[in-house]
Design a protein around this ligand. Structure first.
Ligand code: GDP
Length: 198
């Protein structure tokens, strides 16, 4: 049966690897650079205004946040990256936490969701995160957020630039999305459910 994403609750924040949840439930890991709209996308999927904290001071919270969905899966909110003003110490904490997550959890990630900004060429950090998902062996869904900020004629060229930069092939999944308007929500939920049923 399809997961009811509207039935979600906060489960845990993990700041160190010993705090990762390992109860065997499927995990959907969401990643994206600071300010790309990751919290907004998550809140849109979970039908909530503030479950994931929108506008949290970028880079202040280097934590992995788990939301239990329908009692049967976790939506995992990985800490955002790429915020220029973050201290070196904080960046190192981020790298260590992410390395631990991918080392420990790779086999448990049911799907990776990489959120990029549809208006911009994916950054070097986006490419790195994309590589980590690929290397973990999980199916990956690239979400191109802030679709509402583009004119219709700009959409295809923007998607092509994302495909080229991330070297996406025919079968790779790229979903134009607007957390603001809700566009793409049903498609993304369908893909997450499909990954879960595999
Ligand atoms: P995060 O740092 O990646 O979690 O980003 P947030 O969810 O806090 O969003 C950053 C900013 O982008 C906020 O001002 C959001 O309102 C805005 N935002 C997020 N998604 C969209 C979108 O799809 N369209 C538009 N126009 N703004 C968005």
């Amino acid at each position: 049966m399809a997961l009811n994403f509207a039935k979600a609750e906060f489960a845990r924040s993990a700041g160190t690897r010993d705090q990762f949840l390992r109860d065997g439930l499927p995990q959907f890991a969401f990643a994206g650079r600071s300010n790309v709209g990751k919290s907004s996308v998550i809140n849109r999927l979970l039908n909530r205004k503030n479950l994931a904290y929108v506008g949290a001071s970028p880079g202040k919270t280097t934590q992995v946040n788990y939301f239990l969905v329908d009692g049967r899966a976790y939506l995992v909110d990985l800490p955002g990256y790429g915020y220029a003003k973050v201290s070196r110490a904080e960046k190192e904490r981020w790298s260590k936490l992410m390395e631990s997550y991918f080392q420990d959890e790779a086999g448990r990630i049911t799907a990776g969701v990489l959120i990029v900004d549809i208006r911009h060429k994916p950054t070097a950090d986006d490419v790195t995160m994309h590589t980590w998902f690929r290397e973990s062996g999980c199916p990956e869904i690239v979400v191109a957020n802030k679709l509402d900020k583009l004119k219709r004629s700009q959409v295809e060229p923007a998607l092509t630039l994302i495909r080229e930069t991330l070297e996406l092939g025919e079968g790779d999944l790229l979903v134009p999305f607007s957390a603001e308007k809700g566009t793409g929500k049903e498609e993304l939920l369908g893909l997450l459910n499909a990954a879960c049923g595999r």
